[in-house]
Design a protein around this ligand. Structure first.
Ligand code: PMV
Length: 361
């Protein structure tokens, strides 16, 4: 597959039903092997794999009708209020998609979006919000071109489109686990789309991810700038090699339910991501002192109690505590007693591996 794959030369005269509305709820995802470093239009320099979350999601409704001649063809509202900052990003995203969806130029859109997680939590919403928009666009295409696709093709296209909005968003369209990027021995893996990964032990099916909000502050360096700094990072090639190897290790750990291997790999990935930030030029840190304190407490608790909990991190200071469902009661106690005092305002998002996006209308 390549970027021309979905560039369809369509006769827009055949369109009908140029008025309607679609809503999708799409989840966030947490990478276990991280995508960090890209080329061209959001193509990854190494393969990644993520858990699809359940409770952290974005609900997006897209209403559309025939575009009048005016220039104002997009209204974007976040939690009921018009939002120009993210609205501009959505506008450029839609403008970049006219080869794939020629109908965009014929329509006027009203987009309403809301997140299930608090605005101030520092949780990146681009994966859930861009995938939700991509899914709505694919639904609109089906109706106005009167061509229903099978579910697999529909999700493939949604993944392709979501990737163009925000790389990691392409993984959010699938349930449970998704792999994005060319990976050794994974036949259908592809840099342009994510694919669902189903070869995992039952223990991962309802794995927990409790997100401890150490700080809800806006990031000092965006993901876009972070990816860019990988271009001159002296460890970049070694990193891409490490990620490829870590994906292979993790696939074995997922298949066999090998929690020790899972923990080692996932934690190495989280710390490598942040180490790469620290050795970029200019260098930066996104972890806070309490991020490190939480990591130490998690490792200490694991050793003391023999409970297989692990941490991972996104590009930010917040800690994702990963553990199997059977340990839920003791881990919740540990989090309450030892990790909550490290949070800024007692914020936690209690999540789990989930079933993927849901069409609401
Ligand atoms: O999708 P982006 O450009 O926001 O990058 C996401 C990068 C990480 O969240 C740090 C890792 C990943 O694979 O999701």
């Amino acid at each position: 597959m390549n970027n021309d794959h979905y560039n369809i030369d369509k006769d827009t005269n055949s369109y009908n039903n140029l008025e309607g509305q679609f809503s999708w709820r799409s989840p966030s995802n947490i990478a276990l092997v991280k995508y960090w470093g890209k080329k061209a239009v959001q193509l990854p320099l190494n393969p990644s794999i993520s858990f699809t979350l359940n409770h952290a999601h974005t609900t997006t409704s897209v209403s559309y009708q025939k575009r009048p001649s005016s220039n104002d063809w997009l209204t974007f509202r976040f939690e009921g209020k018009e939002e120009t900052f993210f609205g501009k990003r959505v506008q450029s995203f839609l403008e970049s998609l006219t080869d794939i969806f020629p109908f965009i130029e014929l329509l006027q859109f009203e987009i309403d979006s809301e997140n299930s997680f608090p605005h101030s939590s520092g949780i990146a919403s681009s994966a859930s919000s861009m995938s939700a928009i991509a899914l709505c666009l694919c639904s609109i295409e089906e109706v106005i071109s009167n061509q229903k696709q099978n579910k697999e093709e529909f999700l493939k296209k949604a993944s392709f489109v979501a990737r163009l909005g925000s790389g990691s968003a392409c993984r959010s369209v699938y349930p449970s686990l998704a792999i994005w990027g060319n990976a050794k021995d994974i036949t259908l893996s592809d840099d342009h789309i994510a694919i669902p990964h189903q070869d995992y032990a039952p223990i991962y099916q309802d794995y927990h991810d409790d997100i401890i909000i150490i700080s809800g502050e806006k990031k000092s360096v965006s993901s876009t700038a972070g990816h860019k700094l990988m271009d001159s990072n002296p460890f970049a090639d070694t990193r891409y090699e490490q990620a490829r190897n870590n994906l292979q290790h993790l696939l074995v750990a997922l298949k066999n339910g090998d929690l020790d291997k899972f923990i080692d790999t996932v934690e190495e990935e989280a710390l490598t991501l942040h180490a790469l930030m620290m050795c970029s030029r200019p260098s930066y840190t996104l972890m806070k002192p309490n991020t490190l304190a939480a990591i130490e407490r998690i490792r200490d608790y694991r050793l003391r109690k023999h409970v297989p909990i692990a941490f991972t991190l996104d590009a930010g200071p917040n800690i994702h505590v990963l553990y199997p469902h059977q340990y839920v009661s003791e881990v919740k106690d540990f989090i309450k007693e030892e990790l909550m005092p490290l949070t800024e305002s007692n914020q936690i998002i209690e999540d789990q591996v989930g079933p993927g996006p849901i069409k609401l209308s």
